[in-house]
Design a protein around this ligand. Structure first.
Ligand SMILES: *[C@@H]1O[C@H](CO)[C@@H](O)[C@H](O)[C@H]1NC(C)=O
Ligand SMILES: *[C@@H]1O[C@H](CO)[C@@H](O)[C@H](O)[C@H]1NC(C)=O
Ligand SMILES: *[C@@H]1O[C@H](CO)[C@@H](O)[C@H](O)[C@H]1NC(C)=O
Length: 159
């Protein structure tokens, strides 16, 4: 491989990890991580993200642990038209979604967390604000927190 191919390889890798621009949570001590939200492997670059009911979507999160973490749990809160609900995640332990290291996490350790979110057909075709956090159960405090809007559609999955 020559130098040019090497550089091209790097730029391909860098496009592959493009992130989704979301918002930090207004009322949270959680840090705003690097996050990518994709629907059927199509990366949503700007919100609102179109979210087709029944399509597999993936929340991918990278952050450096702000402190030692032993018991952490994920949470998604969904709000639309003045109604809010905690979205059923079926994952009690966020450590199960971390694939680059194991719990407990030491301070400053890099963490890669993923969660496959399937939007249940309980939503009408509206805009829903999702708030995702990973909660430190020892302190009952957010470790990371971010929010973004999705536009729920009943169409076919994006390619
Ligand atoms: C902000 O968070 C604090 C502590 O969790 C809570 O007591 C307060 O009600 C929250 N405020 C709003 C506007 O949600
Ligand atoms: C987040 O993204 C920035 C910019 O691409 C990068 O410098 C940083 O290392 C990333 N953080 C993590 C935890 O991956
Ligand atoms: C974790 O998952 C991401 C995305 O699927 C992948 O790029 C990465 O290589 C995985 N890491 C490990 C250690 O398996």
């Amino acid at each position: 491989m020559n130098y040019f191919q090497f550089l091209t390889g790097i730029s391909v890798l860098m496009t592959a990890v493009s992130a989704t621009k979301m918002s930090a949570c207004t009322n949270s001590t959680g840090i705003y991580p690097n996050v990518t939200y994709s629907v059927n492997s199509y990366v949503c670059e700007a919100t609102p993200c179109t979210c087709t009911l029944g399509c597999p979507s993936l929340i991918s999160v990278d952050f450096y642990a702000p402190r030692y973490l032993e018991k952490i749990k994920p949470k998604i809160h969904a709000a639309c038209m003045g109604v809010g609900l905690d979205y059923p995640l079926g994952q009690a332990d966020a450590c199960a979604g971390i694939n680059n290291t194991q719990c407990p996490i030491v301070q400053n350790e890099k963490v890669h967390y993923e969660y496959s979110l399937n939007i249940l057909p309980i939503f009408p075709e509206v805009t829903v604000t999702l708030t995702f956090s990973i909660i430190d159960e020892e302190l009952n405090e957010d470790v990371v927190c971010f929010e973004w809007d999705i536009e729920v559609k009943r169409t076919t999955c994006p390619e």
